[in-house]
Structure formats: C-alpha cells, structure tokens
Ligand binder design. Structure first.
Ligand code: ATP
Length: 361
C-alpha cells in the first residue's frame, strides 16, 4: 500500500555559463508511503522546481526519481499517476463542479457509471457533494479549492502534489482547510508532497518537513524536531522567533554543560560537547521570568512588556546577550509571579533542554 518516492542526487540547472542557476542542487531524500511530506523554504529555494520534477513537468538535469523503486525520472506526467493542486484553482468556468471533477476520468475513458460513482465519492471526501451542479463562479475561494482537490483525488493518484494550495485564501479558511487536507490525505493513505513557504502550515500539518535553501535540504525531520532542535541559525529563525546567545562553555560532563555570558552562568542539557565559543538558540517560550535573586537564574532588566490576552511578550536586556524576547503563555495563571514594568529588575530561568547549540549561518 502507498507509494514511496526516492530522490537521488537530483539537479536542475537553468541557463548556462555565468547565468546558470542550480534551482535544485544535488538533492536526495526519501518520502515514505502514506506520508504527508512538506517542502518548506523561502522564495526561490527550489521547492516548486522539485515538485514539478516529481510531477514530470520539468526534466531533471541529472539524478533520479523513483516511485516504489521504479525509475520515473524522464517519464511524462501522464505516465506517473500523480494528482496536482495549484495555488490558482484553475477550474473550467463553463463546467459544473461535477463535470470539472469528472474531467480527468473522461480523458481516461472511465465508463459513465463508474465515473459518476467516483465523482460522488471525491466530492463527498471534500464535503462538496451538495454543490455538484454549481458553476465555479458560484463558489467561494475555499470551496473552489476543495473542488480542485476533489479533481486531483478522483483519479486515485499514487502521489498527491500540492503547490501552495491555501495561499489565495483568508486566514480563517486556511486554518480550517489545513486540518481538512490532512484528514483527506490520511484517510486515503496518500503519499502527499506539499510545497509552502508558510512555516505554520508546515508545522501544523506535516509528518515530516524538508527545509530547503538554495536548492539543498538544510534540515529534515518532524515538525517538533525542526522547531526544538534546529541545527542552524537559518532553521531556527525560519521556523519562528528565537533568541541567539553567544556563550562560552565552562564545563561539560554527563550531558550537562555550564555556559557563561557577561550576566552570569546557566546550565544546558546537551547530548554533545559544545564548542568553547558557541552560539545557542533559545525560543521565547523556553524562558520564564522569575523574581530577582531566584537561584539558577540570570539577572536582567525589563525593556518592554505587552499583554496580549492569553499570552504576554516581554523584552529584557540581558548583559552580554542584548535584547531577549520572552513569551509568557499564561500571564494570569498562578505560576506567574512577575508582572513587569520597564526598568524592573527580573531574573530569567532558561529551560535546560531547550538550549540548542547551532551553526551560525
Ligand atoms: P517561490 O516560493 O517564490 O515559488 P520556489 O522555492 O518555488 O520559490 P523555484 O520556483 O523552484 O523556487 O525557483 C528556484 C530558482 O530557480 C529561482 O532562483 C528561480 O529564479 C529559478 N528558476 C525557476 N524556474 C526557472 C526557469 N524556467 N528559468 C530560469 N530560472 C528559473
């Protein structure tokens, strides 16, 4: 069941000589059957080019792509049984919803009775069955994108390819459809490759994420691994807010490091010995404000503090590290002892297992 996608040393170069761009640069990865796999990265990092090579719309310069160990590298799109959904829904305006969804089956000469049954099933999967007789112009953007999804699903693809499918929708609809697309892909057991530059979309939906930069994978893992254990500054910053602190390693044994900055010392739980001069990433929510003088904390001074309802954001000055962002997730809860004003002296407690040494790239 399900299709594995294996990509080996894939290269796509556009142009030649001094104008050449390697949009995808010697990239290898394996996507497991039934996985919801994200290609995430900034504009121009090569996500769409990679997706289009998997679909067969772009011919690779070198390297290979295999579906279940069968090489498809240079096969045309219609030989691959992939379903694709784009940012623009690209529905036929003169056809009804049902006819739009049936189109791919007509091309494949599926008999009419089977066709009707498959169209009904696909529309039911995206909860659009009551709209079968409408024209696309009579639908909202979110509904049109559901139809586009049904159209891709109806051919029972081995692989579903989604290129920024939610980027034309408003924030509320995007949130609703995220969960729904995940449910649909999982119910169908489909191997899905999803391209986005939106890190929240990737973190909230993916089984695994490959973060791309300049045509290469810089880190691959589950959303939690990428968010909590970023290997580099690029990964840490791309996936959300973080604090970067230059520190000196004083001691290391039994996975415990003592790191020092001008303000004082702090402990970190690390599986590997850090460099003597190291850069660590600490997420705003991994820092807790305490009363001044609390043991095992660093003294700091409040610069700014904003309550945002269920959360609060504080900025403090930490000697040797500059401005540090802190996210307090429950500012009115019983654990919150500090309600700071600018100029207040406070103490910072850093969660030891959320201090992550990173490469400074
Ligand atoms: P975006 O999020 O902006 O769509 P992307 O990560 O999908 O970006 P690609 O569209 O894959 O990026 O492009 C990767 C690089 O390849 C870019 O530098 C782009 O300018 C270049 N590129 C893409 N298509 C072509 C082409 N047909 N000819 C020349 N260069 C191209």
């Amino acid at each position: 069941m399900g299709t594995q996608i294996k990509i080996n040393n894939l290269v796509k170069a556009f142009g030649s000589g001094s104008n050449a761009t390697r949009a995808v640069d010697d990239l290898s990865l394996t996507i497991e059957p039934g996985e919801l796999f994200f290609l995430l990265g900034p504009s121009g990092c090569g996500k769409t080019t990679l997706l289009r090579m998997i679909a067969g719309f772009i011919d690779p310069t070198s390297g290979s792509i295999a579906f279940n160990n069968k090489t498809v590298t240079h096969d045309p799109p219609n030989k691959r049984n992939t379903g694709m959904v784009f940012q623009s829904y690209a529905l036929w305006p003169h056809m009804t919803v049902a006819d739009n969804v049936a189109f791919g089956l007509k091309v494949r000469k599926t008999d009419p009775a089977t066709r009707d049954k498959l169209v009904k099933e696909a529309l039911a999967a995206v909860q659009m069955d009551p709209y079968a007789d409408r024209k696309p112009t009579q639908l909202s953007g979110g509904q049109q994108q559901r139809v586009a999804l049904a159209r891709a699903l109806v051919i029972r693809p081995d692989v579903l390819l989604l290129d920024e499918p939610l980027s034309n929708l408003d924030a509320k609809l995007r949130n609703d459809l995220r969960l729904e697309i995940r449910r649909i892909c999982k119910d169908a057991g489909l191997t899905t490759v999803y391209v986005t530059h939106d890190q929240k979309e990737a973190l909230s939906m993916a089984d695994r994420v490959a973060l791309l930069r300049s045509g290469k994978v810089v880190q691959l893992g589950t959303p939690v691994e990428l968010y909590r254990q970023p290997k580099s500054r690029f990964v840490a910053e791309f996936l959300g807010e973080t604090n970067l602190i230059h520190a000196t390693t004083e001691t290391y044994n039994n996975n415990q490091a003592t790191l020092a900055i001008e303000a004082g010392r702090f402990s970190a739980t690390l599986t590997q010995q850090p460099e003597r001069d190291c850069l660590v990433s600490v997420r705003p929510e991994a820092i807790t404000l305490r009363a001044p003088g609390t043991p095992n904390t660093l003294p700091a001074t409040v610069v700014e503090s904003a309550y945002l309802g269920e959360t609060a954001q504080h900025i403090v000055e930490l000697k040797g590290a500059g401005h540090i962002k802190i996210a307090e997730l429950n500012p009115f809860g019983s654990n919150s002892t500090v309600h700071p004003k600018p100029g207040d002296n406070v103490a910072l407690e850093l969660a030891q297992s959320d201090i992550v040494p990173i490469q400074n790239d």
